[in-house]
Design a protein around this ligand. Structure first.
Ligand code: ADP
Ligand code: MG
Length: 374
């Protein structure tokens, strides 16, 4: 049999930075809440601002690769943040997409969505099948697509396609590929075939989580889509591209445990993986040559070959506009931001009298809305 050698295609640039998008979900005040209006708003397709709690006459402005306003559709999020990285996994490169943010801010909506508004996962899987189909017709390669689906809960790696499995080990082969021996890997031939495995596993996870006290907000759900292509002619070169689609644990855990390592340990590694992910992303994005602490948690160890290096990574930070989320939003933005700026311009509300109707408006509201992403 032909020897399998790792392919290094000289054209692939080192793109170790993690692209950061922020998505603000629509305001959803409950009837019993008093209507305080939002505490955060978009400014344009890359900038947003949040009221400064230290001084309410100021706002803190943040700059991101992309800002998705509350009117952004699932399709727009997919097209701008996810679709562009998918072709890479057909040529043996790795990619990852994460949804980060506090519980209730829209991570599952972004990744999974609903049947009316499908999210990143169904759209990405459909697109991968479409890309492979078009390549099959023209290329001299054979393609095979497969999936694994797992959860990291309390630093345990659990197979969602084989619900009774125990904590699985994470290993690295001689070519520095990360693998999990024993993890179910299923070849899928169509989107419907994928769905047949994915949907029941997702339902199982949700049911288990209601019994286990908010488990789903404390665990990371990780879907792996692998594309293996094999040259039809000798020497039958083979390339494997991996795409990780990750619905992360709620980032409020991170804030509650603060930044101190000791308190993080005391809280029983509530989310060591999330905490380490923030250090890894920080280290990659700051471009310093220091050690990237991949090995400090299960999540980052697992993603080591798909985050940083020549991998293509996107983090979608989900935030909510209500005041009840204020500190969680603030900490999520601080984690995600490359830069911030305090602006001495009050986020004032003015009361506009239109006949008998008192309409509460945020100054510049129109501007903020119309400046949302295309
Ligand atoms: P998380 O997974 O971060 O805890 P969810 O995705 O479950 O949050 O979102 C919380 C609620 O908000 C859900 O009812 C969800 O349908 C709704 N939601 C989140 N984002 C949006 C959005 N962009 N548009 C409409 N509804 C949204
Ligand atoms: Mg969720």
């Amino acid at each position: 049999m032909a020897q399998r050698v790792p392919v290094s295609d000289g054209s692939s640039k080192k793109t170790s930075r993690v692209r950061v998008a922020v998505r603000l979900r629509p305001y959803m005040a409950k009837a019993e809440d008093k209507d305080e209006g939002p505490c955060v708003r978009g400014l344009d397709s890359q900038n947003l601002e949040i009221i400064n709690w230290r001084n309410a006459t100021e706002t803190v402005k943040y700059h991101f690769d992309v800002f998705h306003g509350e009117k952004t559709t699932q399709q727009e999020v997919f097209l701008s943040s996810v679709k562009p990285i998918l072709p890479h996994i057909l040529v043996g490169q790795n990619a990852s997409v994460f949804a980060y943010g506090p519980t209730g801010a829209g991570k599952t909506h972004t990744m999974l969505g609903s049947s009316e508004q499908p999210g990143v996962i169904p759209r990405a899987v459909r697109e991968v099948f479409k890309l492979v189909q078009s390549k099959r017709e023209q290329d001299e390669w054979d393609f095979s697509i497969g999936m694994s689906y797992l959860e990291i809960y309390n630093e345990k790696v659990l197979d969602l396609l084989s619900p009774n499995s125990q904590d699985l080990p994470i290993r690295e082969d001689k070519d520095k590929n990360i693998l999990i021996p024993g993890l179910t890997y299923t070849t899928v031939t169509s989107f419907a075939d994928f769905d047949k495995h994915f949907v029941p596993a997702t339902l199982n996870r949700t049911t288990a989580s209601t019994k286990l006290n908010h488990r789903s907000s404390r665990s990371h759900a990780i879907l792996l889509i692998k594309v293996v292509r094999t040259q039809r002619a000798q020497p039958q070169r083979q390339q494997t591209g991996k795409l990780y689609l990750v619905d992360l644990a709620g980032s409020e855990d991170n804030r509650r445990t603060g930044n101190q390592g000791i308190r993080l340990k005391e809280s029983g590694a509530i989310n060591l993986s999330l905490f380490t992910l923030s250090k890894v992303v920080d280290s990659l994005n700051s471009g310093t040559s220091g050690r990237v602490p991949y090995r400090d948690s299960k999540l980052t160890r697992l993603l080591q070959d798909s985050l940083g290096g020549s991998a293509h990574s996107v983090m979608i930070t989900n935030i909510a506009p209500e005041y009840t989320y204020y500190f969680d939003t603030f900490s999520a933005l601080n984690f995600a931001a490359k830069s911030k700026l305090i602006v001495n311009k009050p986020f004032t509300r003015e009361t506009v009298s239109t006949g008998n109707v008192q309409a509460k408006r945020t100054r510049d509201d129109q501007e903020a809305c119309s400046a949302g992403p295309e």
